[in-house]
Ligand binder design. Structure first.
Ligand code: DGJ
Length: 754
């Protein structure tokens, strides 16, 4: 059993393959958190917890003669403000009677086979594996508030998920001001924080910092998970690295305003609280009502960040992404945005498609600009019917013509937005979020629809389901190009305005649920001005997300490395675009751009008509490489060979198939120097006793033949053991030129082939 209750010491223990999570129902019904870490069997883990009288840490009334027992110091499973625990609270609430906080005590627990679900919210599912659910109810006697803590235990996947449900069991309304999904006290150890920060065009840059005493916060108040602070943090033991040491990952399955607080307190212990950002949140719970907080995916490893990455990749692929496309080879696409923006007509698009079809492209995606009065980004959002000046007869003839070329047809949409200059806004100005008496805050000259309104969601569902059905759409790119500022809903009474932001997310999730559920054959790609909503919540609905509006391959090395710490490679939207790059002005060799984009979904963001003959030849060859390496890249293991810090002169990473038969080594030189001594890398994940040959070598952006970069003439002929490639490594001669890239395929030689 993955979940065990021991009535003698009143411990509840959750066991996964390599981890143990233990709680104890302590005196007076207080639920203590005893342990989360490397697996331990058959032990009550209350003994390391030392109780001492810490001055100015108060006692509950029952413990007034036991000054060493303080809710401010005890490791607690879930804690509210207002009851003697001054650490960062998981719950803040006030009842209509004016009672603040909740003194939460154990009521009951229950174990069931299978995985809990959260109504209206994305959450992991059982998949083929065996999951169990622990439900534990705590309650506050003064208000009648019940908090049900939910634990999904995925034994084989080595993951524990958490969520919380709040029920008003009293007779007065209760306002939740903070309703976190998770509180995790880590009583011992020295920890650092790894988080992914950034901005538009530079998302998810890894940063590792020492914890200071006090609270450090990773949060977004933008109504979206944001480009700026991704909802994923890793606590790393100070001595942990890529391949050793303890790491604890905390990944909220949420796409709106989120907050994870990490507090290092007076006792040098750590508390992590994670969930919906409380800043602009409140939720009115009438007697008998319930509120579901989103899920958080917890993962612990004892052997470094690499292993944490692998667990998250597997878990998201197997238990979170629900699209059937996650296991299908995605069509090689070309997107119109960087080459045409809104400036196209049917003739231009057909020429674009025809040219692309000659180069191995399998799907044409028509991006922004095909609808309403959309000739630039000041008008048209909301009017989801074809602009007949550009596309006479509408989308259907275009879609048919593209299909007749043997290509699939994809379309860009931005459902949650509206321009003032649109038919939709003129008909329903109250559908946009706006604060009464104040001019709305504008961004990209657009407003945000109130997705918390039923009429808005129904309208959008009608429009987009018909659009997809009537026009033979094979792919949808769902964009969101601004953050939310005026979180005021015309449909909510004043005392419920704090709900507008979360209701917005529930509306988005409902629309996504209905559209992706109705059209499982359509491949959905998420996007928010690039990677402004790259989170586990979105991955539940869409198997891939456009990583960044920065398509420069060198910038993408940082963006994709950071993203792949928690999110699978097959989820990262990555394209080859033209040079000089539109965002940075940098020129990177075509082949290097391809190596970087191949480590994601792969596609193009360029006009084939403007390519040289050499580039076209490369594109044709690349289509073959894309298909040949697809399984290795998307279903293999991803290894960071140069770690998460990118302060060296090259970045190297590899994909190794699950049997260790093939290894694809990728390397990009980010700074070229004279008089250097070559580039040395050590591979990972090979069969140590296997015998390998260098099967293929592609060196891009250098002015000498590929073989000239081998350390010795006979290197290509030699046989290597996995052990030697992993320990002694492989060396390439120094490369000249700007941003050369290398792709090497090592293949294990079966005994009979030898
Ligand atoms: C932002 C996206 O990230 C781009 O790829 C493109 O779709 C534009 N929006 C269109 O407005």
């Amino acid at each position: 059993m993955a979940i065990q209750f021991d009535p003698t010491d009143r411990t509840i223990t959750l066991q996964t393959r390599t981890t143990t999570y233990q709680m104890q129902i302590g005196a007076n019904g207080r639920v203590l958190h005893l342990y989360y870490g490397r697996r331990i069997d058959g032990m009550c883990l209350d003994y390391p917890c030392i109780l001492t009288d810490c001055g100015f840490s108060p006692n509950s009334y029952e413990d007034r003669l036991h000054r060493e027992v303080s809710p401010d110091i005890l490791p607690l499973e879930y804690s509210s403000a207002g009851c003697g625990d001054y650490r960062v609270p998981a719950l803040e609430c006030v009842s209509d009677g004016g009672v603040t906080g909740a003194d939460l005590r154990y009521v009951r627990h229950d174990v069931t086979v299978g995985k809990y679900a959260l109504p209206g919210l994305p959450a992991s599912f059982e998949g083929d594996g065996q999951a169990q659910t622990l439900s534990m109810v705590l309650a506050d006697a003064a208000t009648g508030l019940e908090v049900e803590l939910l634990y999904g235990v995925f034994e084989a996947a080595d993951v524990i998920t958490r969520a919380a449900v709040f029920r008003n069991g009293g007779d007065k309304a209760i306002r939740l001001d903070r309703a976190s999904s998770l509180c995790l006290d880590i009583p011992f150890g020295q920890w650092e924080l790894l988080h992914l920060h950034g901005r538009h065009c530079m998302e998810r840059k890894p940063e590792r910092v020492r914890l200071m005493h006090g609270i450090q916060t990773v949060s977004s108040r933008r109504g979206a998970s944001s480009h700026h602070h991704n909802p994923f943090v890793v606590l790393m033991a100070t001595d942990a690295g890529e391949r050793h040491g303890e790491c604890i990952g905390v990944m909220p399955v949420y796409s709106g305003s989120h907050r994870t607080d990490i507090e290092l307190n007076q006792a040098d212990s750590v508390r992590v609280v994670s969930g919906i950002a409380p800043d602009l949140f409140s939720w009115q719970l009438e007697p008998g009502e319930a509120f579901h907080a989103p899920e958080v995916i917890l993962c612990h490893t004892d052997d470094g960040l690499e292993s944490l990455t692998h667990r998250y990749h597997d878990f998201l692929n197997d238990h979170l992404i629900r699209s059937p496309w996650k296991n299908r080879r995605r069509p090689l696409l070309i997107n119109s945005w960087e080459s045409m923006t809104c400036d196209f007509d049917a003739e231009k698009v057909l020429k674009f498609a025809g040219d692309a079809a000659q180069l191995g492209v399998e799907m044409v995606v028509l991006d922004d600009g095909w609808f309403g009065a959309r000739n630039d980004d000041n008008a048209g959002l909301g009017d989801w019917f074809a602009n007949e000046d550009k596309l006479p007869g509408g989308l259907r003839p275009l879609s048919d013509a593209i299909h007749a070329m043997g290509l699939k047809f994809g379309l860009w949409i931005e459902p949650e937005m509206v321009n003032e200059d649109s038919e939709l806004y003129r008909a329903h100005p109250d559908w946009a979020l706006a604060v009464p008496g104040r001019k709305p805050v504008m961004a990209r000259n657009q407003l945000v629809l109130d997705m918390g309104r039923r009429d808005v969601v129904e309208h959008l569902y009608g429009v987009f389901s018909a659009l997809i059905r009537d026009n033979g759409i094979d792919y949808i790119k769902w964009d969101m190009n601004r953050n939310i500022a005026d979180t005021f809903s015309a449909a909510l009474p004043p005392h419920r305005q704090g709900e507008a932001s979360h209701r917005y997310m529930l509306g988005v999730y409902e629309l996504m649920d209905r559209l992706t559920g109705e059209f499982p054959e359509v491949l959905f790609e998420n996007c928010a001005g690039g990677g402004g909503r790259f989170d586990a919540g979105m991955l539940y609905y869409t198997p891939q997300i456009w990583c960044s509006d920065d398509s420069d391959a060198i910038e993408r090395l940082t963006i994709q490395t950071g993203t792949a710490i928690g999110y699978p490679v097959g989820a990262m939207g990555a394209h080859v675009s033209i040079c000089p790059n539109q965002q940075t002005g940098r020129t990177v060799p075509f082949g290097t751009r391809a190596i970087v984009a191949l480590s994601g979904t792969f596609g193009y963001e360029l006009d084939p008509a403007h390519l040289t003959e050499d580039e076209k030849r490369r594109m044709r060859a690349l289509a073959g490489r894309y298909h040949r390496f697809y399984d290795l890249i998307h279903n293999g293991r991803y290894y960071r060979l140069t770690g998460v810090d990118q302060d060296g002169d090259h970045v190297a990473w590899a994909f190794v198939d699950r049997c260790g038969r093939q290894a694809l080594l990728n390397l990009v030189v980010t700074r070229t120097h004279a008089n250097t001594h070559g580039i040395h890398v050590r591979l990972r994940g090979l069969d140590p006793d296997g015998r390998y040959r260098l099967k293929e070598m592609a060196v891009e952006g250098c002015d000498q033949p590929d073989g000239a970069y081998l350390s010795r003439e006979d290197v290509a002929e030699r046989m290597y053991t996995g052990q030697s490639l992993m320990a002694a490594g492989f060396t390439l001669r120094p490369m000249r030129g700007d941003y050369p890239g290398v792709q090497l395929l090592f293949e294990r030689v079966d005994a009979k082939e030898e």
